[in-house]
Design a binder for this molecule. Sequence first.
Ligand SMILES: *[C@@H]1O[C@H](CO)[C@@H](O)[C@H](O)[C@H]1NC(C)=O
Ligand SMILES: *[C@@H]1O[C@H](CO)[C@@H](O)[C@H](O)[C@H]1NC(C)=O
Ligand SMILES: *[C@@H]1O[C@H](CO)[C@@H](O)[C@H](O)[C@H]1NC(C)=O
Ligand SMILES: *[C@@H]1O[C@H](CO)[C@@H](O)[C@H](O)[C@H]1NC(C)=O
Ligand SMILES: *[C@@H]1O[C@H](CO)[C@@H](O)[C@H](O)[C@H]1NC(C)=O
Ligand SMILES: CC(=O)N[C@H]1CO[C@H](CO)[C@@H](O)[C@@H]1O
Length: 448
Amino acid sequence: MAVAFVRGVWFVFAISSIHYASSSQEQCRAMEFTPVRTFDGKRLMNHLILATEVTDREFCGARCFLEENCASYNLMTGSEAENHICELNNATHEGHESDLVNYSGSIYRAAQDACANDPCNRRGTCQVGFTQKDYRCVCSLGFTGQDCLSDIDECSEGTHSCDINADCSNTDGSYECICNPGFHGDGRNCEDIDECATNTHSCSADHLCNNTDGSFSCTSFTCKEIYDRNPQSENKAYDLVAGPEKIPIYCIMRATGMGPCGGGGWTLVMKMNGTEQTFHYDASIWTNKVAFNLEGGETGLDGQETKLPTYWNTSFSKICVGMKVPGEVDTRFIVILQTAESLYSLIADGQYRPTTSGKDAWKSLVSPPGRLQANCNKEGFNTSGDNTGSAGRARARLGILGNGEDDCYTCDSRIGFGTGGALDDSITCGNAHGYNLKVKTMGYIFVQ
Ligand SMILES: *[C@@H]1O[C@H](CO)[C@@H](O)[C@H](O)[C@H]1NC(C)=O
Ligand SMILES: *[C@@H]1O[C@H](CO)[C@@H](O)[C@H](O)[C@H]1NC(C)=O
Ligand SMILES: *[C@@H]1O[C@H](CO)[C@@H](O)[C@H](O)[C@H]1NC(C)=O
Ligand SMILES: *[C@@H]1O[C@H](CO)[C@@H](O)[C@H](O)[C@H]1NC(C)=O
Ligand SMILES: *[C@@H]1O[C@H](CO)[C@@H](O)[C@H](O)[C@H]1NC(C)=O
Ligand SMILES: CC(=O)N[C@H]1CO[C@H](CO)[C@@H](O)[C@@H]1O
């Protein structure tokens, strides 16, 4: 017996049987070419994977050992001086008897062929000499397992190449990619469908279509936007984006009955009842960002109170305020030209911010014409008299104060929204004039 070490492989030469074994764990292969499977004068045809020249006869077996698909070889010996031709085959004669032909000068040697009965399924490649079963399978794409019987679930293993916006579904030996709704493409590449551009959205005429990844949204932030898109729009509640959600908010589109405010799309902010204390000057409703009775925001100029997210979430360039005296049919309006981020930004910090509507305008809110004393005339947001008095100083979140004396100290009259203090702290919206005139009205605030 002779032992040699060539190219990292131990060769064990027995008298007439040659055994090859490698020690690397993954590549562990053992091949034996025995005398019973050696055929002088024969050559296996049709299974050639590599033809090469070797200087030593025994090296052909070593080449076969190193070629993972090799199962047998033909060695064609020349004269002493010449190299030998070494043909490596990926099969043995077993099952291919007719391919083994007479050929003088050729020796055919076959390894033990555990691959002869095709143990590898799904078109897997069988390689002899590996593992304890004496073969191993190189499975075709999409299959795994010892004999390639198991399908690989590319979807759950994440080895698929579906687009991030596609659905991956496993199939036998492969997988399918189907673009998610709202996307189009072959599944490997999916592109957003622009529903707005392709007019496949379902937004009503009241809303602007806004394309998003995989979908679209229908948005309107203010009543004016809706009006500008369609001046024929009617007075009613529309779904507006106010804060994080869309909620129904009453819009006044028509100029009819709106006096100096006109039409053009007024967004409702508040409705208050001057008899109730909900909107008293000192109520936290003026300083927080909490909505009150959203249902009341869906209807028009009625008796329900409401405070909508439009208080702190809607910017504007003018304000329309209205008062409705009990028993009167009409609501009387005045317009205040004022630009702001929100009504909240003008009121909640408690800072006085003047307006310039004028006394007559404020008086026109109440019918018969409201009454104010001759002096002071301090009007605006968070307007406040100076005398803390018995009932507290007269004040209005939005309104005007009047006084008999030529200062703002002892104000006995006021017209406004969110009022309190002298002379009647219980009136939260309307007109107070001394001890005799107390008009508690409904108050409405819109912005545009
Ligand atoms: C074996 O080799 C032949 C070429 O000689 C090739 O056509 C055939 O596909 C191979 N078979 C396998 C299972 O690799
Ligand atoms: C192959 O050779 C053997 C003897 O060496 C002979 O009996 C046989 O007829 C030959 N086959 C062919 C097909 O020539
Ligand atoms: C459109 O949608 C995007 C993303 O959702 C949003 O950031 C943007 O404000 C929307 N624009 C309009 C006009 O609604
Ligand atoms: C509207 O409200 C949302 C959250 O409620 C806020 O992120 C956004 O800044 C607000 N917009 C304005 C103009 O106040
Ligand atoms: C205002 O509130 C008072 C007291 O609750 C109520 O009697 C009156 O009917 C309300 N006004 C309207 C217009 O609903
Ligand atoms: C300028 C002014 O009148 N500010 C008043 C606003 O309201 C707060 C709270 O009532 C008063 O403290 C301020 O004096």
